[in-house]
Design a protein around this ligand. Structure first.
Ligand code: ATP
Ligand code: MG
Length: 423
């Protein structure tokens, strides 16, 4: 037997029994962004490697060790996108969507990072993200958070996620803080691990979100970024907090929250959950006012977030929030005898046209009553329609209830139509 070929490690098939839940989650996402009037943007999956190096930052987990980078046949260095924000800014700049304009955009699609695969962490995963351009005011930060909260509510998850926020100030304030933090870290070299030592000069803020308990312990006494903030940054943050309170969105300020990407300024946030184990961040984002200019556009304020759809789906499963998952088939049409087979073929299509929201599957391949009923049951349909010689002669259809304890009935076409309208 030939050796079978397997999928790439960390890259998952989403199988037919899983897609109904995915579709429910994706529908909730589409409904949420549409309630807020956001427009969809679709970007390519492959971009120039430089795009990510220049935006995410050279000294970040993503660029240092997670990118799928390769040379194409012309010798250009290309990368499978590890995230969507840089791509969105690239597209916005290229097509003149950003300067002096407001854009409220959303996207979804696969992202690629060469990480160690584990629950909630994969090499191909899917993100949903929103990006708002042209609004520097904190009400835009509050709006994207309200949108995310709206999504939790739609999915019934609002009691299982909590919001952490922080402010990183502007670039000058962060530079001041950087120096203070480096000076502090230099006094604790004996405690720092390799990662922290490597980063303390190039990206010292990243040391703050270390998972190493010994370093976490010394960081309790580290200088605080909040002490370096100027008046404008403070006001921006307090306006955000005020709007969140007005909207009834509970939050915790976490001064250690710095995010793994370089482009953030001022607001950063994460929605976290306890129902996923180690991979507890479901949605993360913040403001990135400098990125558009850094990527060659004219200075444009921006704020956005990205959510991992796998983690969302894992949460929905763990919390058993699956009652809105739609079955793939509602009605299964069976037929006994040659004439009925032919008639049912035509009837199935008439029913689809008359009841466009129903999912109607017609049995194919013949077989006896028992075999056809078995397939009807397996399809997940709530009813089976039966067309036999008797039914054809009397212009009727029999209905067998597959999930309810009700007797089989024989209906006229008009009665059938009424029944289907009620499904
Ligand atoms: P983490 O700290 O978990 O590595 P991150 O800071 O790298 O996350 P972002 O780049 O902010 O994550 O991506 C936003 C969201 O995308 C995350 O909160 C998570 O839900 C999801 N995500 C990120 N990396 C992965 C991955 N490898 N597999 C599945 N989901 C992911
Ligand atoms: Mg990561």
């Amino acid at each position: 037997m030939a050796k079978s070929i397997q999928a790439i490690r960390g890259m998952n098939d989403i199988l037919p029994h899983q897609t109904p839940l995915w579709q429910m989650a994706e529908q909730a996402i589409r409904d949420a962004v549409s309630s807020f009037g956001y427009s969809e943007i679709r970007m390519p999956i492959v971009e120039s490697t430089d795009l990510f190096k220049r935006s995410i930052g050279e000294v970040t987990d993503i660029v240092e060790k997670e990118m799928y980078t390769f040379e194409d046949r012309n010798g250009d260095s290309l990368t499978l996108r590890p995230e969507g924000t840089a791509c969105c800014v690239r597209a916005g700049n290229q097509h003149g969507l950003l300067y002096n304009q407001e854009q409220r955009l959303w996207y979804t699609g696969p992202m690629f990072r060469h990480e160690r695969p584990q629950k909630g962490r994969y090499r191909q995963f899917h993100q949903f993200g929103v990006e708002v351009y042209g609004i520097g005011d904190a009400d835009a930060d509050a709006e994207v958070l309200l949108l995310s909260q709206h999504l939790w509510q739609k999915l019934g998850m609002q009691d299982h996620v909590r919001l952490e926020i922080n402010t990183l100030g502007d670039h000058a304030e962060r530079a001041t803080y950087r120096d203070l933090l480096i000076a502090f870290l230099e006094q604790h070299l004996d405690v720092l691990d390799e990662d922290a030592k490597r980063r303390m000069y190039s990206n010292p803020l990243r040391v703050l979100d270390t998972k190493n308990p010994a370093i976490q312990a010394i960081l309790i006494d580290a200088p605080k970024l909040s002490e370096c903030l100027g008046e404008e940054s403070k006001q921006h943050f307090s306006k955000l907090c005020e709007l969140l309170e007005l909207a009834g969105i509970k939050y915790q300020i976490n001064e250690r929250l710095v995010r793994g990407l370089d482009y953030y300024n001022r607001t950063v946030f994460e929605w976290v959950t306890d129902s996923l184990g180690a991979q507890g961040t479901v949605l993360a984002g913040g403001r990135y006012d400098g990125l558009v200019e850094q990527l060659g556009g004219k200075a444009t304020p921006a704020v956005g977030f990205a959510m991992g759809i796998e983690r969302l789906v894992l949460m929905l499963e763990a919390l058993e929030l699956t009652e809105n998952v739609k079955p793939v088939v509602d009605v299964y049409l069976t037929a006994m005898g040659d004439e009925a087979q032919q008639q049912s073929f035509i009837m199935s299509q008439k029913l689809r046209l008359a009841h466009p929201t129903l999912r109607i599957m017609k049995h194919c391949g013949g077989g006896n009553f028992k075999k056809q009923m078995k397939k009807a049951d397996r399809s997940g349909a709530s009813i089976a329609l039966i067309l036999g010689q008797d039914e054809i002669e009397n212009q009727k259809v029999s209905v067998k209830y597959l999930r309810e304890d009700k007797p089989q009935v024989t209906l006229s076409y008009a009665e059938l139509s009424e029944l289907l309208n009620g499904l």
